[in-house]
Ligand binder design. Structure first.
Ligand code: BES
Ligand code: ZN
Length: 480
């Protein structure tokens, strides 16, 4: 009898512990959101510490999910943390940039053009359908783990087909989820300790764990990255810096996979030169093709480099695309995990925030409603431009010799420019700000001269010149 009471007691206590373990977790979130949750659910959240605009919290699962509930299908999120100590130390860390900002340049015209010509939307469709076919990639489901292994096999097959032995794969196990992440590495030939990374999440979510097709969110981003990999390998790409491709676990429950990986990189003092996130690339919801997310969770310096790339490579012709800017204003995807550690991070997105795919996080997020992969193909092009120019290699550039260059000096409210190889007139000049707004335009200029820029407030700008042949020459400048 005594024994029975004991076992009942043990059962009850362990039941309690178990329930607690399952129902409550540590996280960081905006202080403002934490306070609002606490006002509405005094027993459902403890605010452990607050630093600036961030709070470390201990929160009940269903209460945390009200954050999602607030904004129909997604919204201001939280970042899951393994322990109280990690949540608190995270908000107290003052992340310093581990490196100096690079002055990125655009020099690899010939090779980039070859790669852009190779992008094939059909391949993107194939990968999206392969991932959608798992039925669900909810992080706790066996299918999610299988999706990572199948993706590894797919990427591995691309490397094998290209006869590459300098490409390696790692399946990364996590603490916060049974689903692993995948990392593919092409080791840099000259600066292997500098990393250039693109990534996206491989998991999906809906309120029914067994049916979460996640075609746009985010099979599209993984398919975009997969096509970047295919093109690079098929074109015998050998970077100087190390290039990595990441498919994360469990983004949908609080950036779990990317947060653990970015934390490891930071703790190991890894020099990540720049990071670009692909999450939702196939729904063409806005007038413009690509919306550069410009908020506190992305890096202005890198955003403007993406704008420079698009001005240079995608202004006219077969690979033309248009862009704008938008904002999440919360840690809406995995780029936030990198940015939080002081790394440069950007998030080019399928549409302006409010024009994006309305079916995400529902059973209706299927390929047939998201697009035909031509939209996602534009992101593959931007991904290729980013990787090739940032992880620059020495051997393949043939274009520099005849490349027109521009020198820019800002003096006394004037932009003084000189375009070296331009014979005759400059057709046009557009000045673009960090929010992708065209703030000033001029036409029919001389090859060197001055432009009055007294209307421009302090900030970083891109000057995009077009020569008589319509070729663009792009450079950024700073107004103090
Ligand atoms: N792909 C979404 C993020 C997104 C959706 C960005 C729509 C822009 C427009 C991502 O997978 C997601 O759902 N994120 C969560 C936050 C995360 C920390 C759990 C969200 O937005 O609620
Ligand atoms: Zn997503």
């Amino acid at each position: 009898m005594k024994k029975q009471i004991y076992s009942l007691l043990i059962l009850m206590v362990s039941g309690l512990l178990f329930a607690q373990e399952n129902d409550w977790f540590h996280a960081t979130m905006y202080a403002e959101n934490a306070q609002a949750l606490k006002d509405a659910n005094p027993d459902g959240i403890q605010i452990l510490a607050t630093n600036g605009d961030q709070s470390a919290v201990y929160v009940k699962e269903d209460v945390a999910h009200q954050l999602h509930g607030n904004v129909v299908i997604h919204g201001p999120g939280f970042v899951f943390k393994k322990s109280e100590q990690e949540a608190i130390s995270f908000i107290q860390q003052n992340f310093q940039r581990a490196y100096d900002v690079m002055d990125f340049t655009i020099t690899e015209d010939a090779y980039v053009q070859e790669c852009l010509d190779m992008v094939n939307a059909q391949n993107i469709e194939e990968t999206i359908l392969m991932l959608e076919d798992f039925g669900t990639r909810y992080h706790q489901r066996a299918e999610a783990e299988q999706a990572i292994y199948d993706l590894r096999d797919k990427w591995q097959a691309l490397a094998t087909a290209a006869n590459r032995t300098d490409v390696s794969f790692e399946v990364v196990e996590h603490f916060g989820t049974p689903m692993p992440s995948l990392i593919m590495t092409i080791e840099g030939a000259e600066q292997p300790d500098e990393y250039v990374i693109i990534g996206g999440h491989a998991d999906s979510i809906t309120q029914f764990a067994s049916n979460a097709p996640g075609a746009d969110d985010n099979a599209s981003g993984i398919a975009t990255i997969t096509e970047v990999i295919r093109v690079l390998l098929d074109n015998n790409y050998k970077p100087q810096k190390t290039v990595q491709f990441m498919a994360y676990a469990a983004e949908e429950i609080g950036l779990v996979g990317s947060d653990e990986i970015a934390e490891d990189y930071f703790n190991d003092n890894k020099n990540v030169v720049a990071y670009v996130q692909f999450d939702m690339t196939n729904y063409n919801g806005s007038v413009q093709d690509i919306a550069i997310i410009q908020d506190n969770y992305t890096s202005g310096d890198l955003n403007i480099f993406l704008i420079e790339l698009m001005e240079h490579y995608n202004n006219t012709g077969t690979h033309a695309l248009t862009y704008t800017s938008s904002a999440c204003n919360y840690a809406c995807s995995d780029h936030a995990s990198w940015k939080a550690r002081g790394y440069l991070a950007s998030f080019p997105f399928e549409a302006r925030f409010n024009d994006s795919n309305p079916h995400i996080h529902t059973t209706g997020d299927v390929y047939s409603v998201s697009g035909d992969s031509n939209h996602a193909a534009k992101f593959t092009k931007l991904g290729l431009e980013f990787i090739i120019e940032v992880a620059k290699r020495s051997t393949l550039s043939t274009s520099e010799v005849s490349k027109p260059s521009v020198s820019l000096v800002v003096n006394n409210k004037e932009l003084i420019y000189e375009i070296s190889s331009a014979s005759g007139k400059i057709k046009s000049l557009e000045i673009i700000d960090t929010s992708a707004r065209r703030v000033l335009s001029k036409s029919n200029l001389d090859a060197s001269g001055k432009v009055n820029i007294s209307v421009l407030p302090a900030g970083v700008y891109v000057a995009a010149f077009k020569d008589a042949q319509g070729k663009s020459i792009v450079k950024k400048f700073l107004v103090k």
